[in-house]
Design a protein around this ligand. Structure first.
Ligand SMILES: C[S@@+](CC[C@H](N)C(=O)[O-])C[C@H]1O[C@@H](n2cnc3c(N)ncnc32)[C@H](O)[C@@H]1O
Length: 165
């Protein structure tokens, strides 16, 4: 069985490249990290949400849809990236939440060994771009998706002194 992705979620998946561990903050249904492990983009996932309800749905989807049972798919009830190991190489995805929340989550992002960030705030995209620059995070690419009468902006970024493909 395979998961159906909306145009927006498919674009987020498209923008991810191979990495040791995918961290999906605000995972909700977990569709993005589940698809990423099924595609072999990562062998490990930390799917984070700060509410139990979404995490239960994520766990159920993982049981149904993950095809390779050798992958490590961990769900974590947590606020932002506080419980993410700092030394693990990660691709960190934070999409579908507001800018102020994203800003709070990534304020200490340079302490983490992330290869890339995928960010898509529901609000204030210009403020996010300015904030990334202020903490020396470099935007690598930006995509726009039109869905359900709305534009969604998705940013891929990395540390200021790194370039990823
Ligand atoms: C609208 S859903 C977005 C789901 C998915 N990321 C997407 O792009 O479709 C937002 C989810 O983020 C969670 N969330 C909001 N703030 C969070 C935080 N600070 N840490 C962890 N999860 C958070 C909510 O509980 C909710 O399940």
């Amino acid at each position: 069985m395979s998961l159906k992705l909306s145009k927006r979620l498919a674009k987020i998946v498209d923008m991810c490249e191979n990495v040791d561990t995918i961290v999906d903050v605000g995972t909700d249904h977990g569709k993005v990290p589940i698809t990423l492990v099924n595609l072999g983009i990562a062998k490990n996932v930390i799917a984070i949400d700060n509410k139990n309800g979404p995490l239960d749905i994520c766990k159920r989807n993982a049981e149904i849809y993950i095809q390779n049972k050798d992958v490590s798919f961990r769900t974590l009830l947590s606020n932002g990236i506080n419980d993410v190991p700092k030394n693990t190489e990660t691709g960190i995805i934070i999409t579908g939440i507001g800018f102020d929340n994203i800003k709070e989550i990534i304020k200490n992002i340079n302490e983490y060994n992330f290869k890339y960030l995928i960010l898509s705030p529901h609000t204030k995209i210009t403020e996010l771009i300015k904030f990334l620059s202020s903490i020396n995070i470099q935007i690598k690419s930006q995509e726009t998706v039109f869905e359900d009468d709305k534009y969604y902006y998705i940013i891929k970024a990395t540390k200021g002194d790194q370039i990823v493909n």
